[in-house]
Design a protein around this ligand. Structure first.
Ligand code: NAD
Length: 443
């Protein structure tokens, strides 16, 4: 089948590459000329495990092309995925400018039947707006043409995106059009061969499902973060509590990790967008308001603790940061907790030296010229002479570092473990002053 994908970001690239891998002829179009030039030169603009090889293989096989030529891209296929960004607007709502621009482009260039698939995360009612944007263009051209708009939210996780797309837990299709439904069923059939995991529902329910999923996951983490503070106050250990509750299959083990707050390209913006949707619909979401508030407090926790330990004037102190990406497996820094921590430390006059296994190029671009912030070549280089080490991302390589070397390199052996990666008792035995999150056990 021929397929067009709008957007060559985390979702668009993975979607295009995985669809090509199944034998489809895919054209991926983006407005970012540099990004398309890089892709056409064999480069990959994002870090996503396995994506390099997949892109190379499918480009070489002639199944995958990148272009900025939107007219040609629209002409290429009946099936057009929209996987462009939906960043937060000032008021917290999802900014649909890119989605509607892509829809307008489709309307402007289409010459025959199209099935337009909203893969971007978009609020309830967006499919109607995409429909209207296309209708508007067709009317302006005076060419009535048939088309359908389908909602197909994406659930992939950065860092495991290829696997998630290839072996999805479920594929949600919001579809009111029989012909479009059949087409999408055919596209996704290879991904669900062993067990049908296609959930077909109405468009508005599909749109809401994506926000509901992210809001639920964010809620679980905020719940544990709030409980972590209580555990500390009571002398209990949130990690032991996590094991205790996670073994109940009704609760499950995922997304129960207390830490220095959630971030990334999806949770913060999607929670805020859902809050906005609730307010606009006259159904304020008070639980979700608390979820967001708890997270804001949590993101400030590490720097507040540094202040409590070293004083509010941090001039003369260097702090080492391990991990800048919002989670392991990605170079994505969007709304990462590290942004909050770096800002807070720099504002208090400290110097920050950071290391991240893959996010260094993006970090260099983000903090370029920021006084007091530097990047180190190795984890150990980052800690040399530092007053404390702050661990922000639980990359595997940070799990079992050479603690003796670490202690010797630090000016003071102080650890702020924002991901509860290390064992408090072991750290104390090794001579560290250890600060975890919710690790108040008095044993
Ligand atoms: P991204 O910022 O990495 O990529 C978006 C791309 O769209 C950019 O390359 C941009 O240049 C391009 N673009 C913008 N306007 C365009 C237009 N008119 N035509 C063609 N290309 C255009 O974004 P992302 O992380 O891939 O997210 C895309 C959408 O998917 C968002 O709605 C996001 O919420 C959702 N989503 C993201 C993830 C994730 O983990 N990143 C997971 C599930 C869903």
């Amino acid at each position: 089948m021929k397929i067009t994908v709008f957007g060559a970001g985390y979702v668009g690239l993975v979607t295009a590459a995985c669809l090509a891998e199944m034998g489809n002829g895919v054209v991926c179009v983006d407005v970012d000329k540099d990004r398309i030039a890089l892709l056409n030169a064999g480069g990959v603009p994002i870090h996503e495990p396995g994506l390099d090889g997949l892109l190379q293989r499918n480009v070489a096989a002639g199944r995958l092309e990148f272009t900025t030529d939107a007219a040609a891209a629209v002409a290429h296929a009946t099936l057009v995925f929209i996987a462009v960004g939906t960043p937060p607007a000032e008021d917290g709502s999802a900014d649909l400018a890119h989605v509607l621009a892509a829809a307008t482009t489709v309307g402007r260039h289409m010459r025959d039947y199209k099935v337009v698939v909203d893969k971007s995360t978009v609020p309830v009612g967006t499919a109607d707006r995409v429909h209207a944007a296309i209708a508007h263009e067709l009317k302006a051209r005076g060419t009535p043409l048939p088309y359908a708009v389908v909602s197909n939210p994406e659930f992939l996780k950065e860092g495991a995106a290829i696997d998630d797309f290839m072996r999805p837990d479920r594929i949600v299709l919001g579809c009111d059009d029989e012909q479009a439904g059949l087409l999408l069923r055919a596209v996704y059939a290879p991904f669900v061969r062993n067990r049908d995991r296609l959930l077909i529902m109405d468009v508005r329910s599909a749109e809401l499902t994506k926000y509901a999923a992210n809001a639920m996951l964010a809620t679980r983490i905020s719940f544990m973060n709030e409980l972590a503070l209580l555990a500390e106050a009571l002398g209990a250990d949130i990690e032991q509590v996590r094991h205790g509750i996670g073994s109940d299959p009704r609760i499950g083990t995922h997304f129960l990790y207390a830490g220095c707050g959630w971030g990334g390209s999806c949770f913060p913006k999607d929670v805020r967008a859902l809050l906005r949707t609730g307010a606009e619909a006259g159904q304020p979401l008070s639980l979700l308001q608390s979820v967001l508030r708890i997270n804001q407090r949590q993101r400030a926790l590490l720097s507040d603790r540094v202040e409590a330990r070293f004083g509010s004037d941090l001039r003369g102190h260097v702090f080492a940061l391990w991990g800048l990406a919002f989670k392991p497996g990605t170079d994505d820094l969007r709304e990462a907790p590290s942004l909050t921590v770096v800002d807070a430390l720099l504002e208090r006059g400290a110097q920050v030296v950071a290391f991240d296994p893959v996010a260094m190029p993006k970090a260099a671009a983000l903090w370029r010229g920021r006084e007091g912030f530097t990047l180190a070549d190795t984890p150990l280089d980052a800690v040399r002479g530092a007053s404390a080490l702050l661990l922000l991302t639980e990359w595997r390589e940070f799990r079992s570092p050479d603690f003796d070397a670490l202690k010797a390199a630090l000016r003071e052996p102080v650890l702020f473990d924002g991901r509860n990666l290390w064992d408090p008792a072991q750290m104390r035995e090794l001579g560290f002053e250890y600060h975890g999150i919710g690790r108040g056990a008095r044993t």
